[in-house]
Ligand binder design. Structure first.
Ligand code: SF4
Ligand code: SF4
Length: 355
């Protein structure tokens, strides 16, 4: 008898109307109809021959077609006997030794980075995201990178307005003189100064829009991320705020710079002391399985959970906001995407956030 075995790196998320099959080794996800989910569940216990016996001729063909799809996409393999117990499932535990992974700062004064360097080391922060509303010179970029020379920090992403000095040589120079910058986003750029190829050690993106920091939190398929570590984090913790610190342009420390609640000012409290405040971590373990609508969405483990902009419609008994992210137009019950900003039920929250 032939048995179908799913590879342990294949992760299936069941939504209200569809399923998402994520290949955590290849970092890709594909959508399929719900009936495939039922069939995969049956294939866990029955041989393919036993499945054929259960169904009429039409359904048999459907079973064969689905098995072919599963094999073509290399989601699994066939064995002659039931070998399932010999292939232990992948652990979905998320273990991360760093106290903090991400620091997201809206910056106006770069001396703040010098002050934060020790805390970044102590908390073993991995990624620094800087949003600057001020145009940065080449020296600014180099100096930011230099502050973290021989630091635990592994990467820096910088959002900065585009200006006329930025050309191919400007970027090439940064490529030769910086180490930790992995992403540069120049916004407010009417015209791309040159075509970017894969020649730099960081990614470079020129955005036409005047990218305000408040643009963060948009939910779109192009931002979904099928990455083993991100998916495991989303299964166990909040996919945006877990192990994240935000500092807004006033120096207020928050879960992200756009959140309303602030936990003190960086001039008065160190990031290390902040870690002792239990309330700072209250959103860290809120997964999408507890968020209204998202809990029924097939994208819930590859989608970022924005808590700064929500529909403000539901709160749990501890007062945590468990409403759907405001900037998402997806309806998992109809499997349709709509424009979120004109949705009548979102207008009150849009007005509240002044978007
Ligand atoms: S409904 Fe929730 S999980 Fe689904 S795409 Fe929107 S924000 Fe993401
Ligand atoms: S909570 Fe929302 S606004 Fe804040 S970083 Fe996450 S996605 Fe962006």
């Amino acid at each position: 008898m032939r048995y179908f075995n799913l590879f342990s790196t294949i992760f299936i998320t069941k939504g209200a109307g569809r399923i998402l099959i994520s290949d955590l080794q290849r970092n890709v996800s594909e959508l399929y109809p719900l009936e495939l989910y039922e069939m995969i569940e049956e294939l866990k216990n029955l041989s393919i021959e036993e499945m054929f016996e259960m169904y009429d001729e039409d359904s048999k063909n459907a079973v064969q077609e689905y098995v072919d799809i599963l094999l073509e996409n290399e989601y699994g393999f066939i064995t002659e006997n039931d070998w399932d117990k010999n292939f232990p499932p992948l652990s979905h535990e998320y273990l991360e030794p760093n106290t903090i992974n991400d620091l997201f700062i809206e910056i106006t004064d770069f001396s703040l980075l010098n002050d934060l360097r020790i805390s970044i080391e102590n908390l073993e922060i991995k990624h620094l995201v800087i949003y600057s509303s001020k145009s940065l010179t080449k020296e600014d970029f180099v100096n930011i990178d230099k502050i973290f020379e021989s630091s635990v920090l592994s990467g820096i992403e910088i959002f900065s307005p585009f200006h006329e000095e930025i050309d191919y040589l400007f970027i090439l120079d940064l490529n030769n003189t910086t180490e930790r910058i992995y992403s540069l986003i120049f916004y407010n750029c009417a015209q791309e100064p040159f075509k970017v190829k894969d020649e730099f050690k960081f990614t470079v993106h020129f955005a036409e829009d005047d990218l305000k920091i408040s643009a963060c939190g948009k939910v779109d398929m192009k931002y979904f991320n099928t990455n083993l570590s991100k998916v495991l984090e989303a299964i166990n913790h909040n996919s945006c705020l877990h192990k994240k610190i935000g500092i807004d342009w006033n120096g207020n420390i928050k879960n992200c710079p756009l959140m309303q609640e602030n936990f003190g000012n960086i001039q008065e409290i160190s990031l290390e002391k902040l870690m002792l405040q239990v309330t700072f971590k209250k959103y860290w373990n809120l997964t999408k399985d507890h968020i209204k609508v998202c809990k029924d969405c097939e994208f819930r483990y590859i989608c970022t959970d924005c808590r700064a902009y929500t529909e403000q419609s539901h709160y749990d008994p501890d007062g945590l906001d468990i409403s759907k992210p405001l900037k998402c137009g997806y309806n998992p019950y109809t499997t349709e995407w709509e424009e979120w900003s004109t949705h009548p039920l979102k207008q009150k929250a849009i007005h509240f956030y002044n978007l």
